[in-house]
Design a protein around this ligand. Sequence first.
Ligand SMILES: Cc1cc2nc3c(=O)[nH]c(=O)nc-3n(C[C@H](O)[C@H](O)[C@H](O)COP(=O)(O)OP(=O)(O)OC[C@H]3O[C@@H](n4cnc5c(N)ncnc54)[C@H](O)[C@@H]3O)c2cc1C
Ligand code: SF4
Length: 552
Amino acid sequence: MKVSQVIDSRSKNLIIGSGPAAVGAALALDHVHVVDSGGSLESAPADRAASLGRKAPSLWPKDDVEWLKSTLQPNTNGVETKLSFGSRYPYEIPKSGPAWDVRGGLKLSFAFGGLSTVWGASVLPYFQDEITKWPITIKELEPHYRAVLAETGVAGVRDDLEEIFPSYHEAPSLLETSPQAVAVLARWHKNRRKLTAAGFRWGRSRLLVKGKHAEASAGRLSYHGSNELAAEKACVECGMCMYGCPYDLIYSSRQSIRKWQGEGKINYEAGVLVEGFKELADRVEVWGRNLTTGAEWKGETERLFLGGGVLSSTAMVMRSLGIENRPVEILDSQYFTVPLLSFRGTAGVRESRLHTLAQIFLEIMPAEISKQLIHLQIYTYNDMITRVLQQKAGPLASLLDPMIRQMEGRLFFLQGFLHSDDSGRLRITMGATHDGQKKFLVEPMVNPKVGGMMKKVLAKLAFHLGDLGFCPILPMASLGEPGRSFHSGGSMPMGGEDKRHPIVTDRLGRPNGLKRVHVIDASTFPSISATTITLTAMANAHRIACEVGELG
Ligand SMILES: Cc1cc2nc3c(=O)[nH]c(=O)nc-3n(C[C@H](O)[C@H](O)[C@H](O)COP(=O)(O)OP(=O)(O)OC[C@H]3O[C@@H](n4cnc5c(N)ncnc54)[C@H](O)[C@@H]3O)c2cc1C
Ligand code: SF4
């Protein structure tokens, strides 16, 4: 097999991946070579999205808006799979390389920007009470949260959530809160004493979205990666977030990578699928495949940082360390969804300008339901609500429009997340196909207690319906299977016991005693909190890279 490329041996730091974890590490390093499979959006949707991005929403052609909306088909539980401008490219698995049989909800990403090309951009840090199994403290993570948020920017406000989750950013940008969210927050404020006594804490969502008064941070570039500027520099509440932001204002790690590539901070190489590595005394040899030519690819580096996402990083380590036919468990923060019916309707939501990402974070503090915090995200109106109601009304939709309008002003959508101690898990096993290729099987491991826990959360919401101002529509509650939240990790826990785990890492993410190989994504998390995972993955990657830098 032909060797397609050998990386310059002076490349000190080699990072695999262009997802958020890779960006967290690259932020702290110099002399970085980033190698990535780097799948990208096909040119037809990219051109159409870019053309929308060059105009203000009032000038968008009707058929382009209809095209964008037609790219997702909603049902009462939301959408089956969130796409990027109708494309599945974020989840596409290269045909060359190992075979994958993934059951359960988790998906791999081999895209430029990884899963941050489709994510919901909600961010909260972890807090100390929940990382007692970790060999590091929140105090140690704090400077790294700040460094990451200084790069990405964050939209949010300083409110009561600050008491449990500091914002770690001096000047968050501003996103307008939707009229429905304003009404709910006002009600909770009025009933604050009772709701707080019942263990609720809340605040407006924190999102990696460019809101008003955003400081210049990660460069916004079109879907072609050119310097073509989008028409809008801050969110204009066009309501298209679920389909893909035409202005690229929802943070994706590819924005930082592109910016750094332009500045010469990093060297970015796309189109390579890394398969394994071998650590030698003074360097690490890395090998894989060029995805365009199929030729063998080889590289060498002083330090290797694995940021392939939990499934791919674990697979690379299993393959390199020869962990065959021995399952490795993956932790998960399992999630559930339920529509909420508000007592008071808000008129005219269909015409209102709003973003359609999470509007409110509602926390249930550790108490009778769980020893761990439970994190709830509330979404208010988006056009998919109208579409679902119209589908239900069938041929009577036009006739029933006044009723549909009333309903859409009353409906919210809730996503709830549980701590990994309260969730199911997944397991990944390496085997071989009949023609001798490596094969990875990923299977969900159901925790029978999770359904009961979801019911207790819903019962608590229903019990406090008078103070909360809404009621969960219980028959429509739905529990996602393990992995479906995409808040998964912990396959190679930092400070884990090797009797329980085939792969354990030290505080620098080094698996099974290796010296020069560092796992930088959530695979090393000893537990997964219910709050969002990505900010902590980025901060932890940044911490690892900083501490490695101090080693010299
Ligand atoms: C629909 C959706 C909504 C989400 N919403 C949120 C949210 O609101 N908040 C939150 O915190 N999290 C959210 N997440 C999860 C979040 O996207 C992930 O936690 C995050 O992207 C993980 O970052 P990562 O860098 O570890 O891996 P990934 O994002 O998976 O990136 C992996 C990178 O590695 C590269 N790669 C992988 N294997 C190889 C290989 N063998 N060779 C070369 N390159 C490779 C890929 O090309 C990619 O660039 C969401 C996810 C989804 C899908
Ligand atoms: S509402 Fe969503 S899609 Fe529209 S500009 Fe804001 S972030 Fe982008």
